[in-house]
Design a protein around this ligand. Structure first.
Ligand SMILES: [Zn+2]
Length: 443
């Protein structure tokens, strides 16, 4: 099997009634759900009753989705303070499963799902898999981690809802992953983009690419660029799709991009998106970058109202070429957390990645940003891996390459950057989310 060209792409849509709904109908549906959800959390979650009382807003004040701005926000700190089960809207006996991610403070960010929440989650991932061209005939090799992390379980639930075969490999042991992919005839694989890149390299090195039957990659859970997507697609001869989610909202399956790659379609019948100015929290205009905020319209177990994701993006409402009317969020600029301020300039790892990949020849898409403070001045060093054949070349050529990278980074970021060229395979590979930044400043 191989990469399917745009001309031969069959635009199958899993739920056309919802995915192609007119804006008016969608707003009516969202309004109906929001009114119910607000009443639900006010009556059943002490935290929300208190927050709404403090904000002076009653459930009756919320009559349509346009009233959402009256409601208070929910933050990650609120989740932490109400850990583990303080935000449930149902008794614990109704919770069918919990999922979580490790937080920076040692405690988990925990999300609780009822049986129905699990079904909605699977259904949303099935919509995403259909977007990626999968049908019940496919075999999905899942190398996201299983366990509390939502990646493995989310893709598995999606495969189940779609009716295709799931191969629950979990992460690690790349040679074994490749062996099973080949032996079982997997037609699609799911993992983080950085691990997809690693797998692609390993498959090429082992000379097995031709023997694999892969046609699609479902790769999300960390910000990545179109340039990186092209590299994975070209190496494995597949189409790759960006899936987005976070366990607080529902894990992967909140949004996914279609074959046109013009942004990720949000399943807004379940997860209502807002993009807000990160400083004053006023709504951003269409296309303007801000913080992504979600309200879960269908969640029973742990519904969240205006949850601030800290992910930075913009949103567009125009109908997509694929026929879907679901709005599209752009690939993430980064998280408000990952952004580094270098001499007053905001720098995101994705900008570095895009600049490096634009250079092409000689540069491998593996890098690490190191931020130091020398004589009260921020210094950004980018460690970049160089291709095998380049590295054995003469010093003069390497120096020229280094200058070229420094110039490209300076132009892309707006600050001067020190570049350190590294030997092939010297930067640590990740099997989960890649760590791209080391900040040695004591801020
Ligand atoms: Zn589309």
């Amino acid at each position: 099997m191989a990469k399917i060209s745009l001309e031969n792409w069959s635009e199958k849509i899993r739920d056309p009634e919802i995915e192609c709904m007119s804006r008016e109908e969608m707003k009516a549906l969202q309004s109906e759900k929001l009114v119910k959800q607000v009443k639900n959390v006010y009556e059943n979650v002490a935290f929300y009753r208190k927050k709404m009382d403090e904000a002076g807003v009653k459930p009756e004040d919320i009559r349509s989705i346009d009233d959402i701005g009256k409601l208070p926000f929910t933050t990650k700190e609120d989740l932490r303070e109400n850990y583990p089960f303080g935000l449930l809207a149902v008794p614990q006996s109704k919770i069918a499963r919990v999922q979580g991610t490790s937080g920076t403070t040692g405690k988990l960010t925990l999300a609780s799902y009822t049986e129905k929440d699990v079904d909605v989650w699977g259904e949303c991932v099935a919509r995403a898999l259909t977007m990626a061209g999968l049908t019940e005939e496919d075999k999905l090799h899942v190398c996201y981690g299983y366990g509390l992390f939502t990646g493995g379980m989310g893709l598995d639930l999606g495969a189940r809802a779609l009716g295709c075969m799931s191969i629950p490999m979990s992460s690690g042991n790349t040679q074994r992953q490749l062996m099973c992919m080949e032996d079982f005839g997997a037609t699609a694989f799911a993992c983080t983009p950085s691990y997809a890149m690693y797998l692609a390299e390993a498959a090429k090195e082992a000379g097995v690419v031709e023997r694999l039957q892969l046609k699609a990659g479902i790769n999300g859970a960390e910000p990545w660029t179109d340039e990186m997507r092209h590299q994975i697609e070209d190496t494995l001869n597949v189409n790759c799709f960006d899936i987005y989610g976070l366990c607080e909202i529902t894990g992967p399956g909140v949004a996914c991009d279609c074959i046109h790659h013009k942004g990720l379609h949000v399943y807004e019948d379940h997860f209502f998106p807002e993009v807000l100015n990160p400083v004053d929290h006023t709504p951003c205009a269409e296309g303007e970058t801000g913080e992504l905020v979600f309200t879960t319209l269908s969640k029973e177990g742990m519904p969240l109202i205006r949850y601030r994701t800290k992910d930075l993006t913009s949103i567009e409402y125009g109908k997509c070429e694929c026929g879907r009317t679901l709005p599209r969020i752009q690939k993430f600029t980064g998280r408000t957390d990952d952004m580094k301020v270098i001499r007053g300039v905001n720098v995101f790892p994705t900008q570095v990645e895009a600049a490096l990949l634009s250079i092409g020849e000689g540069v491998a898409p593996h890098y690490m940003m190191v931020v130091d403070r020398e004589n009260n001045l921020d210094v950004l060093t980018v460690m970049v891996e160089v291709d095998e054949k380049y590295f054995s070349d003469e010093i003069r050529k390497l120096e020229a390459l280094k200058k070229k990278i420094e110039l490209a980074l300076k132009q892309a970021l707006g600050v001067a950057v020190k570049v350190k060229l590294c030997e092939p395979k010297s930067i640590q590979r990740s099997e989960g989310k890649a760590k791209r930044v080391i900040d040695n400043r004591n801020l």
